[in-house]
Design a protein around this ligand. Structure first.
Ligand code: NAD
Length: 359
């Protein structure tokens, strides 16, 4: 089979981690008999420098006609003083919206070989952590009506609006329940229904969606409690589904308890099999160009791409097993180093994973 992948290396360490990921994907292609065609496009600060806009229309077109998009990271100090709509990060919001990517999947998995990196006590994490946060991505308060008015009760005031429609909640709910079917069949819907009307609608729609998934257990949890439970007893969770803002915060918390930002992949999905895959970390300007970046988060993002967009389960598993075996042999990039491990750079880590797939 042939698959067309739009590649967005982006800024900072983005091109370095994408380079290693392409190496790994090509090895998967050779090993399993697939053809991965890559078309590289400019998005982010590099696109602003070249064209005056962080998300050129031509780049968007390539993404739209691809089977999936693979992104490194965008942003950096150089572009921090640009107006909001021209900043590299604005390109990410534009890309998600233009591609209709309403659901963000962030698995937070603690690898056994890295359990010392987890900031929680061993008796809390037990045999590891394996949670999937499903965050609504193009609705809610980040996209709602906002503004300022001079005649506030105590002077000028600013407002942002949280609004969700039944359809928006239903589609993210279905994504979460479908995920749960492939995992431990439990969905925790996180809201603030004791205070917010939008949360009460969210909760009632989740209850309706649950009727179509009798084999999945649904529980509701207030967001403040969920933040606490994530560090008190993370293993009570399987799939967490929540709004754009709550998901933004909780998915960062969930990733932190697994120890390293350089390890965690993500997928942004819309209708059908199309998706955008990227590591959760940013462009890490402090280590860019030094062969220090951990490429594993991006490599694991492609495993998600193979599984979700291309339905290639064995190939996805081959990548995940290769990562596990390299970690078990003690190889580490600096962000995940502990005592008595073999420190390697970005390129060597990519090559080790590539070799492990061949075996
Ligand atoms: P960051 O994730 O880039 O870096 C935070 C820290 O983690 C840094 O010390 C960095 O060196 C380290 N780190 C990150 N990824 C790593 C990896 N793969 N291997 C080893 N160490 C790694 O976050 P930041 O410093 O807050 O942001 C830097 C830039 O990235 C900003 O311009 C920000 O807007 C942008 N950003 C982009 C994305 C994205 O493209 N999706 C996400 C977050 C931040």
């Amino acid at each position: 089979m042939k698959y067309n992948i739009a590649l967005i290396p982006g800024d900072g360490i983005g091109p370095e981690v994408i380079r290693e990921t392409v190496k790994v994907l090509n090895t998967v292609g050779e090993t399993f008999g697939h053809q991965f065609e890559f078309e590289e496009v400019l998005v982010g600060g590099c696109a602003y420098d070249a064209t005056g806009h962080p998300l050129p229309q031509s780049s968007l077109e390539v993404c739209k006609r691809s089977d999936a998009v693979l992104l490194g990271a965008v942003g950096g100090n150089k572009w921090d003083t640009l107006p909001g709509n021209l900043r590299p990060e604005a390109a990410l919001l534009g890309l998600r919206e233009a591609l209709g990517l309403y659901g963000n999947l962030r698995p937070a998995v603690l690898h056994q070989a890295l359990k010392n990196a987890c900031p929680l006590k061993p008796e809390i994490v037990g045999g590891g952590i394996d949670i999937c946060v499903v965050r609504e991505l193009i609705g809610g308060i980040y996209f709602g009506e906002r503004g300022r008015r001079k005649d506030g009760k105590m002077g000028e005031e600013a407002f942002d609006t949280e609004a969700y429609s039944v359809g928006e909640v239903e589609r993210i709910g279905r994504l979460a329940f479908e995920m749960a079917l492939k995992r431990d069949k439990k969905v925790t819907s996180v809201d603030k229904a004791n205070v917010l009307e939008s949360s009460r609608l969210w909760r009632s729609v989740m209850l309706e969606v649950a009727k179509d998934y009798p084999e999945v257990t649904l529980e509701h949890m207030y967001v403040d409690n969920a933040a606490m439970q994530l560090v008190r007893n993370p293993n009570q969770f399987d799939v967490i589904v929540t709004t754009n803002m709550f998901g933004d915060i909780l998915s960062d918390e969930a990733s932190m308890i697994t120890g390293s930002i350089g390890m965690l992949p993500s997928a942004s999905l819309g209708e059908g099999s199309f998706g955008l895959y990227e590591p959760i970390h940013g462009s890490a300007p402090d280590i860019a160009g030094q062969d220090k970046a951990n490429p594993i988060a991006t490599i694991l993002s492609t495993a998600m791409m193979l599984r979700i967009s291309f339905d290639l389960e064995a190939e996805a598993k081959a990548i995940e097993d290769a990562v596990t075996s390299v970690l078990e042999k003690g190889y580490r990039t600096i962000d995940i180093m502990g005592n008595e491990v073999k420190i390697v750079g970005t390129t060597e880590m990519g090559s080790l994973i590539q070799e492990a797939i061949k075996r």
